[in-house]
Design a protein around this ligand. Structure first.
Ligand SMILES: Nc1nc2c(ncn2[C@@H]2O[C@H](COP(=O)(O)OP(=O)(O)OP(=O)(O)O)[C@@H](O)[C@H]2O)c(=O)[nH]1
Ligand SMILES: [Mg+2]
Length: 416
């Protein structure tokens, strides 16, 4: 394990309490494979533009680094290219900021081709303005890009090579997305409403998916255990079905390059009829975590989707005080313990109720090739009239909005 010194700023008006944010940084470091050997926190109005911490603190960190033989220093915010350069010169150890740390974890976790390409894209976009020509950064990525040498010319060559690779990555990611679109288009399935789980990392999303579907998704006490979305079918109490998607966890200060790179996948996932916002109610910063999740959702323009808040880990006594406060702020909620499979019936009832809540008047023309859609209307709503016209079947009736939306989406997909 590499030895790391963790450095954070205690700034006035910060959302998170400093102990908790440093604890999270230590967890991130641990997940990435580094052991925290020391922690340095400075109370400061705002980050120093040259060194992030004050000049005196830099010297303090240098001494600690020598004493502990640290391999790297990890900073709790994203650093500017010049801050990294200055700190590297002053400390002579590797400097890693919060963004690079999260990108590193994602790089280790990515399983699918698409996930790997997206992480690489985010890493290169992060790296591009930070190339110094002095040497260490590119080799950190390992593989593919070549070894470093000093010199301005070499730097220009590297920049050009990076830009070229970024272009290629974007193209490849777009190809995969197109392919998936075609695949979806070719599938002739009965459309089902989509429920997507979102939440802070480690909230219990994968555990809940496993309880509901026996999916066998990896769930563990690590940050970002899940990267690639998984979708499973779940049965509702009164016989209906929906698709449940587990997805990557969010975190405060999620690197914007990462959000940008994952945008395409996340947007598809968020074409949902309902979001389940899973909350670790036992976490001391549960409320701040909820705010961080809402923040990422608004970055993804998904804050308008209907949301059901699921307070999880209710088996733990620590969950009760937070629940007592937060449950009033989120009237639309349920309380569960995914680990103990408690409250699952209530959760499913609530999902069913929400999916059925709003009915829509239907008046649409269904092509003969999509006649299976009539079954959906019969099963979930009321088919009042069907009229066989030369160009298809004109149907009128009522259907819960969630299913009506899916039928509309399927018809649109056929037309593209
Ligand atoms: N006590 C308790 N622990 C839980 C509960 N649900 C999940 N956990 C634990 O919380 C940890 C994280 O669970 P995951 O299901 O991996 O969380 P996740 O939201 O999928 O996390 P990421 O994939 O990292 O975003 C695991 O150690 C679970 O065993 C619960 O209801 N009670
Ligand atoms: Mg997970």
């Amino acid at each position: 394990m590499e030895k790391a010194i963790l450095v954070g700023l205690d700034t006035p008006g910060a959302q998170w309490n400093i102990e908790e944010t440093m604890r999270e940084l230590a967890q991130l470091a641990d997940t990435a494979g580094a052991e925290a050997v020391a922690e340095v926190v400075q109370k400061k109005e705002r980050p120093d533009s040259a060194y992030y911490v004050g000049k005196g603190k830099v010297e303090e960190i240098r001494i600690i680094a020598e004493e502990t033989a640290a391999d790297l220093v990890i900073f709790n915010d994203e650093l500017s290219p010049s801050q990294i350069r200055n700190l590297e010169a002053a400390l002579s150890v590797r400097i890693v900021d919060r963004t690079a740390l999260i990108l590193d974890i994602f790089a280790q976790r990515a399983q699918t081709k698409e996930g790997k390409l997206q992480v690489e894209l985010a890493q290169l976009n992060y790296l591009l303005p930070r190339l110094t020509g002095r040497g260490t950064e590119l080799s950190r990525l390992g593989g593919g890009i070549g070894t470093r040498g000093p010199g301005e010319t070499k730097l220009e060559v590297d920049r050009r090579r990076l830009r070229k690779r970024i272009g290629e990555l974007k193209k490849e990611i777009e190809e995969i997305r197109k392919h998936r679109h075609l695949h979806r288009k070719a599938r002739k399935n009965i459309p089902l409403p989509v429920v997507t789980m979102v939440g802070y990392t480690n909230a219990g999303k994968s555990t809940l998916l496993n309880v509901l579907t026996a999916a066998g998704v990896l769930a563990m006490d690590k940050l970002f255990a899940t990267l690639d979305p998984t979708t499973r079918r779940v049965k509702l109490p009164r016989g209906g079905q929906f698709l449940l998607t587990d997805t990557v966890g969010f975190i405060q200060k999620l690197p914007h390059h990462l959000v940008a790179a994952f945008r395409a996948t996340l947007e598809e996932v968020l074409e949902a009829d309902l979001l389940l916002h899973i909350v670790d109610a036992a976490h001391p910063q549960a409320e701040q975590q909820m705010i961080a999740v809402q923040d990422v959702l608004s970055q993804l323009e998904a804050e308008h989707l209907p949301q059901l808040v699921v307070f999880n880990k209710m088996d733990l006594p620590e969950a009760h005080p937070a629940y007592n406060v937060l449950s009033h702020q989120y009237p639309q909620h349920v309380a569960v313990s995914a680990a103990k499979a408690k409250g699952i019936d209530v959760l499913l009832d609530k999902i069913e109720e929400i999916l059925h809540r709003e009915n829509e008047q239907l008046d649409m023309l269904i092509p003969f090739t999509e006649a299976q859609l009539l079954h959906v209307i019969r099963q979930y709503g009321k088919l009042e009239r069907e009229e066989y016209l030369p160009e298809g079947i004109r149907v009128r009736g009522v259907l819960p909005r969630a299913w009506a939306n899916k039928i509309q989406q399927q018809l649109n997909l056929r037309r593209t």
